[in-house]
Design a binder for this molecule. Structure first.
Ligand SMILES: Nc1ncnc2c1ncn2[C@@H]1O[C@H](COP(=O)(O)OP(=O)(O)OP(=O)(O)O)[C@@H](O)[C@H]1O
Length: 601
């Protein structure tokens, strides 16, 4: 039961911003690995911002010199000379800053992405059942991009704007106190009202994004199962669903646009109104001789800089807050405890198993559905090299028996032993190396056929891959393609038929050379010829290995050593095909009759 509780992670618990901030230290540790470059980039940022502030004072000073009111005792040539030197000086600073920031953020986020992916792959199967794959991918792509945005740009720009803000205020306070006091009494009012307004607009923008994301999910889902959509002629239904969702996006967008429009009008009127009022006061000061004209010029420049930096702070705040949310979600996964034991925790050596399999009173329910008992006391013994089949109605628990042997889930009660030892006691990776699974629906990875076969043994030689393909009866059709083993399959390549895909999967299993073989027979029947070549390949694959076959068609399992008939999670009959067929009232005969009726040929 505790298991199922844990499974609800990582649909993040709501945390306060403060908690998120302290948790994000973990993400910061990735950046801190490059601390010298990180600090150097900040140093160049501070320097270039200060240089920028100095540069901005010089045009005003030039005007003061024109009017004979110069403050620093410099000539026009000297002012422009300093300007030129500063411009040249800031050039390498700017370059270094951009380059260092990119380097730190790219490298740090690359390590974070790798760690996150490693972690996700090590999570156990129940975790994947309680989390949508789309959400997990979005952690690696969108969330980390958002965090990267903060480290590559936002933090630096934020700091730069703060420096400009503080530097600018200090400058006008020191050089023109009276005027500064006028503007500082007006600015905060404007800024605070802008911020309140801004936060409303941001909230609406977020709602729009979420609605748009919901629409995209519709596109994604329908395209993923496009053949189902078409087979059920549900195009019109999907179009209507998408249309409705998009219309909602438009509605929210327009509401946001109204708010943004009012905001824009407000900013233009109030901000510029305030600015002009301040300039008006400044002109009065010039008229009374209290302010040099050049200072008025500088004042306008600095007020604009201060205004600009205040306006940008709100945006940075939003970006930082949403990156905190993103990092919180990433950390949830990084710290999730639902991992499989890795080689680091257990000795990695792969035991060479004989393949004596024993289920002892195995009871099981899925962690996500603790109330539904799927297996109710399974007992069975399979000798090394034996071939057995499990048959039974859909949902009776056949696949579950296999999944337990693969150690996808912890067993509730009872145990499974292989070669006399509890499977839980073997190092997981080493244990699984002894098993190969040929699944019902073979999904190939995008890539060449060669890569797909080599998935069974990444170190296999070309010769071994070819031999495996030959034994799997796959070499002929592979060589029929102009590119042979290098033929690309999957989304961007050629689509293989069901029988061809199965033979690639068989070749993969042959290459893995396991002592235990798990065959989940395809439900969809192949045509007679494909069926024959696939069956032949399977027979070859099973020689000398303990094999468990989930059979959907009884015709394919006449030759097995033993058949187990499963009903509602219990084994109700055991025997060879001949033995079981002799019991006309038995469960096996009933299944056989059902199939005979279903396929009347
Ligand atoms: N991941 C899962 N989470 C929760 N319940 C599951 C899960 N997988 C299977 N079940 C349930 O467990 C029961 C047994 O499923 P299982 O897949 O083992 O049956 P099966 O005999 O292999 O069926 P089929 O012949 O249709 O493949 C079913 O009631 C199913 O709904």
């Amino acid at each position: 039961m505790t298991q199922s509780k844990e499974n609800t992670a990582p649909t993040a618990p709501t945390r306060s911003q403060k908690e998120k901030l302290s948790r994000s230290v973990h993400i910061f540790s990735y950046v801190w690995r490059y601390r010298w470059k990180f600090l150097l980039s900040f140093l160049t940022l501070v320097l270039s911002s200060l240089v920028f502030l100095v540069i901005m004072q010089l045009p005003g000073e030039a005007i003061n010199i024109l009017n004979g009111e110069n403050k620093y005792g410099l000539t026009t040539e000297e002012v422009f000379g300093i300007l030129a030197i500063l411009l040249v000086f800031q050039a390498p600073l700017s370059f270094l800053r951009v380059r260092l920031q990119a380097e730190v953020s790219e490298r740090a986020m690359a390590s974070l992405r790798k760690d996150l992916y490693t972690k996700i792959l090590r999570l156990n199967i129940p975790f994947f059942e309680s989390n949508r794959v789309g959400e997990l991918t979005s952690r690696i792509t969108n969330d980390i991009s958002q965090i990267q945005g903060v480290f590559s740009l936002t933090l630096a720009e934020f700091l730069r704007q703060i420096i400009i803000l503080l530097g600018g205020i200090t400058y006008i306070l020191v050089t023109m106190l009276k005027l500064a006091l006028v503007s500082l009494s007006i600015f905060p009012v404007v800024v605070i009202s802008a911020m309140v307004f801004g936060s409303y607009v941001r909230k609406m923008t977020k709602a729009r994004q979420e609605q748009l994301a919901a629409s995209n999910v519709i596109v994604e889902e329908s395209l993923q199962s496009i053949s189902t959509v078409k087979a059920y002629t549900n195009e019109a239904f999907e179009i209507a669903r998408y249309g409705k969702s998009i219309d909602e996006t438009v509605r929210i967008s327009l509401k946001t646009a109204s708010a943004r429009g009012i905001f824009a009008a407000f900013i233009v009127t109030v901000m510029f109104g305030a600015l002009f009022y301040i300039i008006y006061r400044a002109v009065l000061l010039v008229q009374t001789g209290d302010l040099p004209v050049g200072d008025l010029f500088s004042f306008v420049i600095f007020t604009a800089l201060i205004g600009g930096s205040i306006a940008s702070l709100g945006n940075f705040y939003t970006e930082i807050v949403s990156a905190l949310g993103a990092s919180d979600r990433v950390i949830d996964i990084l710290q999730s405890k639902e991992t499989e034991p890795t080689a680091k925790q257990q000795p990695a050596a792969a035991p060479a198993l004989e393949g004596l399999i024993r289920y002892e009173n195995v009871h099981f329910h899925y962690p996500t559905r603790p109330d539904v008992k799927v297996l109710k006391g399974i007992d069975l013994t399979i000798q090394p090299g034996e071939k057995v089949a499990i048959v039974g109605a859909s949902g009776s628990g056949k696949s579950t028996i296999m999944k337990l042997l693969l150690r996808f889930y912890p067993i509730a009660e009872g145990r499974i032993t292989v070669d006399g030892q509890d499977i839980e006691d073997y190092p997981l990776e080493g244990f699984r190396k002894n098993l190969a699974l040929v699944p019902q629906e073979v999904l190939l990875f995008g890539g060449s056929i060669r890569e797909n076969i080599a998935y069974g043994d990444l170190t296999a030689t070309d010769e071994a891959i070819r031999e495996a393909a030959r034994q799997a009866n796959a070499l002929d059709f592979i060589e029929g393609f102009p590119e042979g083993l290098d033929t690309v399959v999957g989304d961007r390549g050629i689509q293989l038929s069901g029988g061809q895909r199965q033979r690639v999967a068989i070749a993969r299993a042959i290459l893995k050379n396991p002592s235990i073989l798990l065959l989940d027979e395809a439900t969809s029947s192949l045509d007679a010829e494909s069926e024959r070549v696939v069956q032949e390949a399977l027979n070859r694959l099973m020689v000398g290995r303990t094999s468990i076959i989930i059979a959907h068609r009884l015709a394919t399992i006449r030759e097995v050593d033993r058949i187990y008939v499963l009903e509602n999670g219990t084994i109700v009959e055991t025997g060879t095909h001949a033995e079981l067929s002799e019991r006309p009232d038995g469960a096996y005969s009933a299944l056989a009759r059902l199939q005979f009726q279903a396929i009347p040929d």
